[in-house]
Design a protein around this ligand. Structure first.
Ligand SMILES: [Mn+2]
Length: 389
């Protein structure tokens, strides 16, 4: 007999989507839909256990539509006898007691899930599935570790390791996995707990897996593209089966997500940027597509004058789901011919003296000349007092 387990992660429900303007609710809906795709798969295929390895919500205070949605989904799974085990990720862990409690606590209190809330010590539960002891342990993300620390979060961690199958849920980077920054808390392969069958990993958004001795380390990745950095990743979740001999198979099951694409555009000299971008938009037109342009290169003043960013976006959102333009450009002006020496700034008192001296020289009326002379003296005194030179 094998135990059937569905593992998903990083759903980031109720992600902020204000940059999508009036389509922000639709964008939030995308995340709920991929979450539903996973839950529907579980309802249909009936795994024994469902694991979620953190960042179920994008924040500790998700809004009610997302909360209620998850409650309904977990109730359905629970009613079918599917056990759910969850940890908190860096996005949905309370950073301090004052910040309140995790939104996941509601589901645990309702009896629908088992939440391993602690980040200081591992929580553990053993359940019997088809005569096999399945030990599931978990440790939530520790918000007190500085993000730039290179600490190994598992160096002091052990699991009971008494099951026929032993699973540990974590939400950290893992040594050697893509998307892991060297200057962040990272699990070292040497600190994997003994007798571990499956390390269920959240936090890394790209699906990856690796075996180290008898342990399978698996990252299902996020269920939607959380940022443009993920645009090329296939999103989905993991279905695996294990017995007392270890993990027997691991399948990645893809889910349908909204397409996302970045197009880099190098600006040719004096090109009409608007028609260039609009042409690209028509080439890629797709009402589902989240499109981003990265403009690169140098823009002359002449082409900048013809560039109407809002016009490109207006035309873009008629053909695509959204269009974003990143245009941190350098501007150059070939028409600029003033010698640099004439543009140099003078110290404030020198500037003031030169300006008034010229005015005094030009003035014919003696009374006005005397007044300007007085203004020159008083002005210099005032500038000196204020720290001018
Ligand atoms: Mn995440």
């Amino acid at each position: 007999m094998t135990v059937k387990i569905l593992h998903f992660s990083d759903s980031h429900l109720d992600v902020p989507a204000s940059k999508f303007g009036p389509r922000r609710f639709e964008r939030k809906q995308d995340f709920l839909q991929t979450f539903d795709a996973v839950v529907d798969y579980a309802l249909e295929k009936q795994p024994d256990i469902v694991l979620h390895t953190g960042d179920l919500f994008n924040s500790i205070n998700p809004r009610n539509p997302a909360r209620a949605h998850v409650m309904t989904a977990f109730r359905k799974l629970h009613t079918q006898g599917i056990r759910i085990f969850i940890i908190s990720g860096n996005h949905d862990v309370p950073r301090a007691r004052q910040a309140g409690i995790s939104p996941l606590v509601e589901y645990a209190n309702a009896g629908f899930i088992t939440l391993f809330e602690d980040w200081e010590k591992v929580g553990s539960e053993t359940i019997d599935i088809n005569g096999l002891d399945v030990e599931i342990s978990g440790i939530s993300y520790d918000p007190t570790i500085p993000a730039s620390s290179t600490v190994d979060p598992l160096s002091q961690v052990s699991i009971p390791g008494k099951g026929d199958i032993n699973i540990l849920l974590v939400h950290y980077n893992v040594e050697g996995f893509r998307g892991t920054f060297p200057t962040s808390p990272t699990i070292r392969l040497k600190s994997l707990p003994k007798k571990l069958t499956y390390l269920a990993v959240g936090h890394i958004h790209e699906h990856q897996k690796q075996s180290v001795e008898n342990t399978t380390i698996c990252v299902p990745g996020s269920t939607e593209h959380v940022s443009f950095a993920e645009e090329k990743h296939q999103k989905g979740f993991v279905w695996f089966e294990a017995n007392a001999e270890g993990v027997q198979k691991v399948d990645f099951v893809p889910v349908k997500t909204r397409p996302m694409r970045t197009i880099s555009v190098t600006i040719p000299t004096d090109a009409d940027i608007n028609s260039l971008l609009v042409k690209e938009i028509y080439k890629l037109r797709n009402p589902q597509l989240i499109l981003r342009f990265l403009l690169k290169g140098v823009m002359t003043i002449k082409s900048a004058e013809r560039y109407r960013r809002s016009e490109v976006i207006r035309q873009g959102i008629a053909q695509c789901f959204s269009v974003e333009i990143v245009d941190n450009l350098e501007y150059i002006s070939p028409e600029l011919t003033i010698p640099a020496s004439e543009l140099a700034l003078k110290p404030p008192i020198t500037e003031y003296r030169d300006y008034l001296a010229a005015a005094i020289k030009q003035e014919k009326d003696s009374v006005r000349k005397a007044r300007l002379q007085k203004a020159l003296e008083q002005g210099i005194a005032l500038l000196e007092e204020k720290g001018g030179w």
